[in-house]
Design a protein around this ligand. Structure first.
Ligand code: ASP
Length: 323
């Protein structure tokens, strides 16, 4: 009798999940962003959330769960109900955190369902408007002269700006005085105000300020120049041979989210990445959507796996860890 009851309860539960998955979504969806409002991850999130809302017929709202270098939000999403009403937009930090953090509240590979990749944003090395260096050579001279007094803004250990800063310090064999923010939106305010010297951040945060002449810029981190910043050399061209990093972004749901719901979210993401409004806004910010065949769960899962492997030895060599 007890066995029968348990089996009946199981069938009922499956039925409910199946039915709600078919009607999905019936209410507002929350997209968690691991950094402060006004920063580049937030900007990308807001653009795709607005477009996904149109496709899903329900609002996708943004919740900024900043903290711990971007590791707080994935921890929250990993523990959220796996019903499709809480999702996560994160970037390359999903792949660096497992090596950087001795203790992590989630496993990026096993605690999530994968919706798809979003964009590969270039980064750029910028400085406060009154920073005296005219070019990368000048930056290196300034750092050599001022030693650890040269300050470098980042969004905490595990952020893209932290990663770029680590690569930069290794490339120029100099130590910078790192200043942590809960996102590079607030960090940009301090760059603009002249309170901190340098930052390497996504073009989705820096393009407007570079074009408007509000900050100094020394190079982009991609192999080729960024289309709408044609006068800015790559850091490789400027003298840092082989310097290359791009910030890939992906959308995730908690592990156990029904397959149909994951598929529906992937469909909405793909539609968003074809939306002329999103494509145009991305172009203005120096980036572009991934091709449609990359906006899939399988592509995101494969990317995450390979990026964890790629960054592990480099981070271990740098010897940077967080608790
Ligand atoms: N761009 C930041 C980073 O360094 C985070 C942010 O979006 O604020 O990871």
């Amino acid at each position: 009798m007890r066995k029968w009851l348990l089996a009946a309860a199981g069938i009922l539960a499956l039925g409910i999940t199946g039915a709600s998955a078919q009607n999905y979504p019936t209410r507002t969806i929350t997209m968690m962003i691991p950094f402060a409002a006004g920063g580049p991850t937030d900007t990308v999130g807001r653009l795709i959330a607005e477009s996904m809302s149109k496709n899903l017929g329900q609002q996708v709202i943004i919740e900024n769960a900043a903290g711990a270098g971007g590791t707080r939000a994935p921890g929250l999403v990993a523990k959220a109900a796996p019903d499709g009403y809480t999702i996560l937009l994160h970037h390359i930090g999903m792949s660096t955190a497992p090596t950087l953090y001795r203790k992590l509240a989630y496993n990026p590979l096993t605690d999530f369902e994968f919706i798809g990749l979003v964009t590969d944003a270039p980064m750029s090395l910028i400085a406060r408007p009154n920073f005296e260096a005219k070019d990368l050579k000048g930056v290196l001279e300034y750092i050599a002269k001022n030693k650890e007094k040269t300050s470098y803004a980042n969004a905490g250990i595990g952020s893209a700006s932290h990663l770029c800063g680590m690569l930069f310090q290794a490339a120029v064999k100099q130590q910078l005085n790192t200043v942590n923010y809960n996102g590079t939106g607030p960090a940009m305010n301090d760059i603009l105000g002249g309170h901190v010297d340098l930052m390497c951040d996504q073009t989705t945060n820096t393009t407007g300020q570079i074009k408007g002449g509000k900050v100094k810029a020394y190079g982009v981190t991609t192999k080729t120049r960024v289309k709408n910043l044609p006068n800015l050399p790559t850091l490789d061209e400027a003298g840092l041979k082989g310097f290359e990093v791009a910030v890939w972004h992906g959308v995730y749901a908690p592990k156990g989210t029904p397959k149909e719901v994951v598929a529906r979210l992937t469909q909405a993401l793909q539609a968003a990445l074809k939306d002329p409004k999103v494509v145009g806004a991305f172009a203005d910010l120096g980036t572009e959507p991934v091709p449609q065949n990359q906006a899939t769960g399988a592509a995101l899962q494969a990317k995450l796996k390979s990026e964890i492997e790629k960054w592990r030895p480099l981070i271990q060599a740098a010897g940077v860890y967080a608790d």
